[in-house]
Design a protein around this ligand. Structure first.
Ligand code: T46
Length: 190
């Protein structure tokens, strides 16, 4: 069983897989290629990433990679809870510069699919949060791009609750959306 739900920006999806619970705990096929293909998700996933964030309010993003290393992402939380955010940066998109978010948690056992053409980030809502995600292209430092998490033109409502986010130097110094030229075109990605 694979449950797929479109979010407010329809190309971003929430995905749930079936959990088989018993008195030991549970089992789930968290990714099953043919089941994804049956739902029209024919992305060729080629790398798994895992990140651990110790503190609440650790914010990673907003990131994307330039073509030819642009990445689709399939994100889930192994332990803890995050607010995951996708920002539409497809030139010509009716929702260009708009964002959509989804809370992901180990407890809720949900996933988000963030397609190529979106900048991606998340903030942790619990300590010791571990995020596991599939990507459809390898990492390329030379093609790795960032946009300020707090870009007022995007206006992401990060649930920081007054906390100063824990950021990498890269994210602290990221440019605003208006300062970058997105390599993604809505028409060619649709
Ligand atoms: C992403 C990545 C990083 N690295 C190396 C490069 C750095 O030496 C170190 C930390 O990288 P970075 O600070 O970019 O990690 P995050 O801030 O978690 O970046 C990720 O955060 C947001 C949520 C994303 O969507 C991307 O997957 C990714 O950009 O790992 C690799 O070797 N391979 C990789 O695929």
């Amino acid at each position: 069983m694979l449950e797929v739900k479109k979010l407010a920006i329809a190309d971003v999806l929430e995905i749930r897989t079936r959990r088989f619970g018993d008195d030991r705990g549970f089992f789930s096929e968290t990714f099953q290629r043919d089941r994804f293909i049956q739902q029209g998700i024919t992305i060729d996933w080629m790398q798994d990433n895992q990140s651990y964030s110790a503190e609440v309010g650790t914010l990673r993003g907003l990131h994307y990679q330039d073509p030819p290393f642009a990445q689709d992402k399939l994100v889930r939380v192994l332990r803890g809870r995050i607010l995951d955010v996708a920002v539409d940066i497809r030139n010509g998109s009716p929702t260009f510069g708009q964002w959509v978010s989804l809370e992901l948690s180990a407890a809720d056992f949900n996933q988000i699919l963030v397609p190529i053409g979106f900048a991606h980030g998340f903030v942790t809502l619990e300590p010791d949060t571990e995020v596991l995600y599939k990507v459809s292209a390898p990492y390329s430092g030379e093609h790795d791009r960032s946009i300020r998490f707090d870009d007022a033109d995007i206006g992401v409502d990060w649930p920081l609750n007054g906390r100063t986010p824990v950021l990498s130097a890269k994210d602290t110094n990221a440019p605003r959306l208006a300062e970058i030229t997105s390599p993604f075109n809505f028409e060619s990605l649709a």
